[in-house]
Write a protein that binds this ligand. Structure first.
Ligand SMILES: Nc1nc2c(ncn2[C@@H]2O[C@H](COP(=O)(O)OP(=O)(O)OP(=O)(O)O)[C@@H](O)[C@H]2O)c(=O)[nH]1
Ligand SMILES: O=P(O)(O)OC[C@H]1O[C@H](OP(=O)(O)OP(=O)(O)O)[C@H](O)[C@@H]1O
Ligand SMILES: O=c1cc[nH]c(=O)[nH]1
Length: 414
């Protein structure tokens, strides 16, 4: 086995292809060539392509659980009995490698992959590996292996697997021996895991496009010398930008109107059924901006007691009764450790709000908080105006802007 998960996976693969990101050991859910052969009938070419042997629903739900940070049990396929017998426990991790024949077939599975790789291996090498594996590991007779290969495996590869190559982002020639390609992929994944590429790791994290105006406003609110009046003024301007950006992520419907010139303008209609939820106290600073954009919007409140990096406790909540039918704009200007956000989002989920209907709006996010929230709730959207460098020992955001609530509401002593 190689020294990285990617290398391990390439070396372990039996030749056809793999795709990432991926979980080592996931292929039993998807089946290998032997399963493929048994699932295809002689007249497969005349029939629509239905893959009964693949449990894609299970694959999707398993990956979803891993993305939520949950441990899963993956069934292991036994080639001798043709059954899923034992299962294997897999823990969640930052990189999920998903490997298997026909892995690019189902568009829903393609959709969850950040990078799709096709390992192109010579047909002779694939056949040689197959003979070695099936006679050795599966105890099959060589005549049977060759017969199965020419009748089912080769035509099925040409008809169904090769065409999925077009979905790959990267095609690696010469399979696992191509160390340059493997190094490039490993480097790419490392880069994605770096703090500065958070948006690439988490497609639901949106950092508003920076301009010198925005940098200028941040410079003012971060400056410890800035007066309360200016702090509020520039924080409000930034908050308004974040709110407008966040509203842009709501669904919309197409709408046509007739303009005063008598022409038809094809536009969109805003999403109905919204509400805001502010995290007391700092989140309340964002309510005016939301009300200014969405007239009459209902705004619920959550109060969380925060102590250090844990010990978060929900103290008070008052939310619209029909919140589960609404898109929720969660308001809190600071995402630090992420513990307050996790508490608030967990409460919304408990009230029946679908995860995908939550947009978390904030001014600054520490990478630690982004990791915590995005891993636990991969379907919520986070909209922020800047990503910070980290947290200090007291779990304050760095460089940060100090105690936001105190500076905004004037309760700091200076
Ligand atoms: N989605 C969206 N709505 C906007 C925007 N700007 C203003 N709005 C208005 O904000 C309103 C959404 O607020 P809601 O209070 O959920 O509206 P509603 O569903 O009609 O009323 P309630 O059910 O009583 O809450 C919509 O009626 C929009 O007209 C925007 O940028 N996006
Ligand atoms: O991600 P976390 O580490 O949980 O930190 C973020 C929380 O801290 C801030 O509130 P704070 O406790 O300062 O209260 P305040 O809004 O009442 O000032 C902020 O508004 C968040 O709610
Ligand atoms: O840096 C921080 C962290 C939490 N709350 C704040 O107001 N500032």
């Amino acid at each position: 086995m190689g020294s990285t998960p990617v290398e391990d996976m390439i070396e372990a693969s039996s030749g056809a292809h793999f795709s990432g990101f991926h979980i080592d050991g996931m292929q039993p859910l998807n089946s290998l060539a032997g399963q493929l052969a048994t699932s295809l009938s002689e007249n497969v070419h005349k029939q629509p392509f239905i893959i009964d042997a693949f449990d894609n629903e299970k694959l999707l739900s398993t990956v979803e659980m891993l993305r939520h940070g949950k441990t899963v049990d993956i069934p292991k396929y036994d080639f001798r009995s043709y059954k899923n017998s034992i299962s294997r426990r897999v823990n969640p991790s930052d990189v999920i490698i998903l490997e298997g024949i026909l892995i690019f077939h189902d568009p829903r599975i393609r959709e969850i992959m950040n990078m799709k790789i096709f390992v192109d291996t010579d047909a002779d090498v694939r056949l040689a590996r197959r003979i070695r594996r099936d006679t050795g590991e599966k105890g099959r007779d060589i005549g049977m292996v060759l017969d199965q290969y020419s009748k089912f495996v080769k035509p099925a590869f040409d008809d169904f697997i090769l065409p999925t190559k077009k979905y790959a982002d990267i095609i690696i020639p010469r399979g696992g021996d191509n160390h340059v390609a493997i190094d490039l992929i490993v480097q790419h994944i490392r880069t994605k895991l770096g703090q500065h590429d958070l948006c690439k790791i988490y497609p639901n994290l949106y950092v508003i496009h920076s301009t010198f105006q925005i940098r200028g406003m941040h410079t003012l609110i971060r400056d410890a010398q800035t007066t309360k009046h200016d702090f509020v003024f520039y924080a409000d301007r930034l908050i308004r930008l974040v709110v407008e950006h966040g509203l842009g992520h709501l669904p919309f419907t197409e709408k046509q109107v007739v303009t005063p010139t008598g022409s038809v303008y094809t536009g969109v209609d805003f999403c109905k059924r919204l509400c805001g939820v502010s995290v007391i106290r700092s989140g309340e600073s964002m309510e005016n901006a939301l009300r200014a954009c969405c007239k009459g919007i209902k705004i619920g409140k959550i109060l969380i007691h925060r102590e250090g990096d844990n010990g978060q406790q929900l103290i008070y909540e008052k939310l619209p009764q029909d919140i589960s039918d609404r898109h929720v704009l969660l308001l809190d200007p600071i995402l630090g450790t992420g513990n307050s956000a996790v508490q608030a989002i967990s409460l919304l989920l408990k009230k029946g709000v679908p995860e995908a209907n939550i947009i978390f709006l904030n001014l600054i996010s520490a990478p630690q908080g982004v990791h915590v929230v995005c891993k636990r709730f991969p379907r919520i959207k986070i909209v922020t105006s800047e990503i910070e460098t980290g947290l200090n020992q007291e779990f304050r955001v760095l460089p940060g802007m100090g105690e936001f609530g105190d500076r905004y509401f004037g309760t700091d002593d200076e």
